[in-house]
Design a protein around this ligand. Structure first.
Ligand SMILES: NC(=O)C1=CN([C@@H]2O[C@H](COP(=O)(O)OP(=O)(O)OC[C@H]3O[C@@H](n4cnc5c(N)ncnc54)[C@H](OP(=O)(O)O)[C@@H]3O)[C@@H](O)[C@H]2O)C=CC1
Ligand SMILES: O=C(O)CCC(=O)C(=O)O
Ligand SMILES: [Mg+2]
Length: 728
């Protein structure tokens, strides 16, 4: 770790937010320096994390530090002040593409061993698995989550309603979950007692009595909630077949999972959808091909490219099934092409915002059946779809704001369950066995079932309840989203109910389906509502409500109050917007909106100000003024070449920020420093905007996708010499 913790750490990430950093960070650096605040970067990009795995194979110039490990330590200290932008949570196809790109740039790193055989291959695979999927957020999120829209952002959305598709009561769009034998139905849970605390392991016992330790070295704290559940592979396949068979004509078929965050379970579930969809093709050719359905139809297409018979058979196999919801109909990318293309938290709100429609292979909009296998959370989307069929399109000019307080700290619940998730090898029993030999929980399973155990620790649970009550007091309405009929939630209620009683708070505890309807009804009346939820619902709801209310979750304020006193300020509630990068590559227009970064930046300065740094308070207050003005003056990015884009919105942000600093009276030094800067930014408006606009229209060469060339990015993102000279 560096000698002195930087005042603020800004993260180097991937895709659109990384492009945006190229233009925004120089502005932040320059403004911070004037206030004696040092801002440093740390690299948590996918490429950076891959390179950090192989110091021994790289030359000195190629070697990079393991910044994620450093940040993982830092967030456990009170000094942490980290602005975290969204990063790629890599699926296997993304990981392979990033590795290939790095190899092509001369980095001698090994290929991803899809099917490791030798010890060496197994070791490489184990390394790569540490960067696969959501490998960053669970490490940094040492606190619970507080996500809401800033007042100015919400007011702007009400005054400037975004486009919404029309909901009709005749819509044939539905959500389809498994009839049973899923994670929800099979869940068992226990709260660890003082006597049970300590070491534990997960053991598989086959029918013949032979035992395999699936995971050793677990350790439970007193008060920790532990659960064990599984999803039956047979039941899953039967459900997929039944849902395909019962498709209505004209309706698109789709599946919505989180193969990135749920990196062990969900790629397997995705693979079952792929193999059932392609059953005719795989029956004929499967044996001849080294194809893992978990990688998707995209991987299969690459494998069979050039084989005319197989290509024709694949086409026929797909044509024999109902039309699929498309990721990109122009390029023929289906829902089942890549496991990370359709990610439920973003994909379901998009369907709902559009009025219950997806896009089919013909490029036309159509009603869509949305398969979400597990009943734990499918009910939220099912209830939402039914609610909109009943009540029609949401009026965003009058609806209230829905905020969330989510139990997230210390790898809470499903999002921390990757090391304790297994595809069961044979029929038998999976048990959690304590050091005493006591079996805490066990499930009878069959070969292929997906078994998993999740935990939630007591200290984060108590902190979450406290934070939830505080936000409820601010908003005035809301609920704890817990289902007394779900084993894990029933254990949580044993914490929540007494805490509410002790605090004399009358906050309802509702199951997710009831809470969904309650929240839509309350917010439709114009009320502000807090949803106090577990980790998965935190993720899902902080896209669902904002995407409908604000048009995008990128505008959310996303604060993680770290358990040991530090602050982690995330930008928005969404991801890294690959489509935005595509547009830059094609016509050099970046429609990424940095409003999330502005909100996080303001909070980060305000947090620094609490550590006796008064100038940070001045910068923070001015960021808020600038952000409000930017909204008021409509200077956010738009979608088309020639309109405002990310870079021009940063010009306006810098200008309004400098103007606010020049105008304030709390710190005369800062006012004097920024007065001439503000003046120059105003005077040179026309030439700066002209320089920025002149850069647009033609394809842009980034010199790499996952590991772009910093010089090329700087020239793409900072094309105004005039602005650069003023910023310095
Ligand atoms: N916190 C994190 O680190 C997160 C990371 N991810 C990662 O992000 C990647 C992409 O995920 P995906 O599910 O496609 O979701 P995204 O949130 O990246 O994108 C969905 C859509 O939301 C809109 N959008 C998102 N952010 C902005 C913004 N700042 N300004 C304007 N519009 C925005 C865009 O719509 P349009 O195209 O219509 O303009 C975009 O295509 C994945 O690799 C995933 O793992 C995902 C979620 C969180
Ligand atoms: O870490 C990830 O993969 C996704 C995180 C996410 O979607 C969220 O926090 O909203
Ligand atoms: Mg999310």
């Amino acid at each position: 770790m560096a000698d002195k913790t930087p005042d603020i750490i800004y993260t180097i990430v991937d895709e659109a937010p990384e492009l945006a950093r190229g233009s925004l960070l120089p502005i932040i650096d320059s403004f911070s320096k004037a206030a004696g605040i040092n801002v440093e970067t740390r690299d948590i990009s996918l490429a950076g994390r891959i390179l950090a795995l192989f110091p021994d194979l790289l030359s000195e110039e190629q070697r990079v530090s393991d910044d994620l490990a450093e940040l993982g330590q830092l967030v456990k200290t009170p000094d942490a002040n980290v602005i975290k932008l969204p990063n790629i949570s890599a699926s296997v196809p993304q990981l392979e593409a990033a590795i290939k790109e790095l190899q092509s740039q001369g980095y001698p790193i090994p290929a991803y061993p899809a099917d490791p055989q030798t010890d060496e291959e197994k070791a490489v695979r184990a390394k790569y698995d540490t960067v696969k999927g959501s490998a960053v957020n669970p490490v940094l999120r040492e606190g619970n989550s507080d996500r809401r829209s800033a007042k100015a952002v919400k007011e702007y959305a009400k005054a400037n309603p975004h486009r919404m598709g029309e909901w009709k009561s005749t819509s044939k769009t539905t959500v389809a979950a498994m009839p049973g034998n899923d994670f929800f139905a099979n869940e068992k849970a226990a709260t660890v007692t003082a006597a049970q605390a300590g070491a534990a392991k997960i053991v598989f016992t086959a029918k013949d009595g032979s035992e395999t330790v699936l995971k050793d070295g677990l350790s439970y704290l007193e008060g920790e909630i532990v659960d064990a559940t599984f999803l039956s592979a047979k039941a899953l396949r039967a459900y997929i077949k039944a849902e395909i068979a019962s498709m209505e004509p004209g309706v698109l078929f789709s599946v919505h999972l989180k193969a990135t965050m749920m990196k062990v379970s969900d790629p397997i579930i995705f693979g079952h959808f792929v193999s059932v969809y392609l059953e005719d093709f795989l029956a004929k050719h499967g044996d001849k091909l080294d194809f893992n359905p978990n990688s998707g139809i995209g991987a299969l297409e690459k494998l069979i490219a050039g084989n005319a018979e197989m290509e024709a058979d694949l086409k026929a196999a797909l044509a024999a099934k109902p039309a699929m919801y498309m990721v990109d109909s122009d390029r023929g990318i289906t829902n089942l092409h890549v496991p990370s293309d359709v990610i439920i938290d973003a994909s379901m709100p998009a369907v709902i915002k559009a009025g219950g429609i997806g896009w089919g292979p013909d490029g036309k909009a159509a009603d869509t059946k949305c398969c979400i296998p597990d009943n734990s959370y499918a009910c939220v989307y099912d209830e939402t779809v039914e609610y909109f069929k009943e009540t029609g399109t949401l009026d965003v000019t009058t609806c209230g704001a829905v905020s969330n307080v989510g139990l997230m700290a210390q790898k809470a619940e499903e999002y921390g369950s990757h090391p304790t998730t297994f595809e069961v090898p044979a029929d038998g029993t999976v048990s959690i066995v304590l050091a005493s030999g006591e079996v805490l929980l066990s499930n009878e399973v069959e070969a292929g079932d997906i078994w998993r155990s999740c935990t939630a620790k007591k200290a984060p649970i108590l902190d979450w309840i406290k934070t939830g009550i505080e936000r409820f007091d601010v908003e005035g309405t809301g609920a704890f989203w817990l289902d007394k009929n779900r084993a894990h939630d029933a254990e949580l209620i044993k914490y929540v109910a007494p805490a509410l009683k002790e605090a004399r708070k009358d906050i309802p505890i509702m199951d997710p389906r009831a809470a969904t309807r309650f929240s839509w009804e309350e917010m439709r009346k114009g009320k502000n509502v807090v949803t106090i939820t577990g980790n998965v619902l935190r993720d899902y709801l902080t896209d669902l409500f904002p995407i409908l209310e604000l048009g995008t979750s990128a505008k959310m304020l996303s604060i993680v109050k770290l358990m040991n006193g530090g602050g982690l300020f995330e930008t928005g509630a969404g991801g890294s917007a690959p489509k935005h990068v595509q547009q830059v590559q094609e016509e050099n227009h970046l429609r990424w909106d940095s409003l999330g970064e502005f909100c996080a930046l303001g909070e980060s300065y305000n947090f620094l100000a609490t550590k006796s740094r008064p100038k940070a308070a001045v910068l923070g207050a001015a960021v808020e003024v600038a952000t409000q003005k930017l909204l008021l003056e409509n200077k956010s990015p738009e979608r088309k070449v020639g309109q405002n884009d990310n870079r021009s919105s940063h010009y306006w942000f810098a200008r309004y920020w400098a103007e606010a600093l020049a105008a304030q009276g709390d710190d005369t030094d800062l006012a004097a420093h920024f007065a001439p800067i503000a003046k120059e930014l105003v005077e040179k408006e026309a030439v700066i905007l002209e320089e920025l606009k002149a850069a647009e229209g033609d394809p842009a060469d980034m010199g790499g996708y996952y590991h772009a060339d910093p010089a090329k990015i700087a020239s793409i993102m900072r094309p105004s010499a005039t602005l650069n000279a003023i910023i310095g």
